[in-house]
Design a protein around this ligand. Structure first.
Ligand code: COA
Length: 243
């Protein structure tokens, strides 16, 4: 299992609205808000003319009213000179993000957590509250609605209000963890840890062997949580976009 395997599993478990393969590169598009589902993932290179392929990607995104973006994962992009070519065309890289993984281990599911097989309405308010605007909320919610099976959605309620959520979805023996969110007033009470453990228990029940997640390199609270639950960095990816 390497970073390319995790990227391929991410494309399946955190699905864009449109995914197309061109010369080994995956073009992903959704609402144009968040990075992963609105970028080219150049995971393999089977073409012959890289500059023409970049032109093709730029045209593809322009036709959707989106800026071209490339998501390059260390050790998992092709061809190797792609960063230099993008730089020459005025692209710069932003948003270093860690891919973290851990072996899935079975544990006891915490009783405070409710698990659902399909997206519960309860996710709605927490995603809304923790998104910067309506467009981000729409995009994240529609990705969760497109999640493949098996998927698991965890919630914790306090006083009839959902205050913490998290989601997992598996493909083969890889399981992705997404949408870890605790409402601001309920943070530092151990709720995300309970959600996380419930999700990992579900991943173990599916027979998944490795769990993965992606987290902004600057998101110290989330990284501390994941490290304390046994996750370690596997690779870093960055988005390349025109300055
Ligand atoms: C990250 C997030 C889900 C953590 O939720 P939470 O319910 O507050 O987390 P918990 O109380 O379960 O904390 C578990 C561990 O995470 C770490 N942690 C959580 N918040 C932290 C903070 N502000 N600073 C440092 N470490 C923190 C600690 O290791 C903590 O364990 P400890 O309390 O025993 O020290 C929450 O801050 C959040 O919703 N952030 C915004 C959305 C986000 O960034 N999600 C992650 C995307 S990858």
């Amino acid at each position: 299992m390497n970073a390319r395997d995790i990227d391929l599993a991410t494309i399946k478990t955190w699905p864009a609205a449109v995914t197309e393969e061109h010369d080994g590169w995956f073009y992903l598009a959704a609402g144009g808000v968040t990075g992963r589902v609105n970028a080219v993932w150049p995971l393999n290179w089977t073409g012959t003319d890289v500059e023409a392929a970049i032109n093709d990607a730029e045209t593809w995104y322009a036709a959707r009213g989106l800026p071209p973006r490339f998501k390059l994962t260390d050790g998992a992009f092709a061809p190797p000179d792609l960063p230099a070519r993008l730089e020459r065309r005025g692209y710069a890289c932003v948003m270093p993000t860690l891919i973290m993984t851990a072996a899935v281990r079975a544990g006891a599911a915490p009783g405070e957590v409710s698990m659902h097989d399909t997206l519960p309405a309860a996710f709605d308010a927490v995603i809304r509250e923790t998104s910067k605007d309506a467009a981000e909320y729409d995009e994240r919610l529609s990705i969760a609605l497109r999640a493949p099976r098996p998927a698991g959605f965890a919630t914790i309620e306090h006083n009839a209000r959902t205050v913490a959520i998290g989601m997992c979805a598996a493909t083969g023996d890889l399981a992705g963890i997404f949408l870890m969110r605790t409402a601001p007033e309920a943070r530092r009470q151990g709720l995300a840890r309970l959600i996380f453990r419930a999700l990992m228990t579900r991943c173990a029940a599916w027979g998944a062997k490795t769990a993965f997640l992606q987290v902004d390199e600057h998101n110290a609270p989330a990284i501390a949580l994941y490290r304390s639950e046994g996750f370690a960095p596997l690779a870093t990816y960055r988005f390349w976009r025109k300055a």
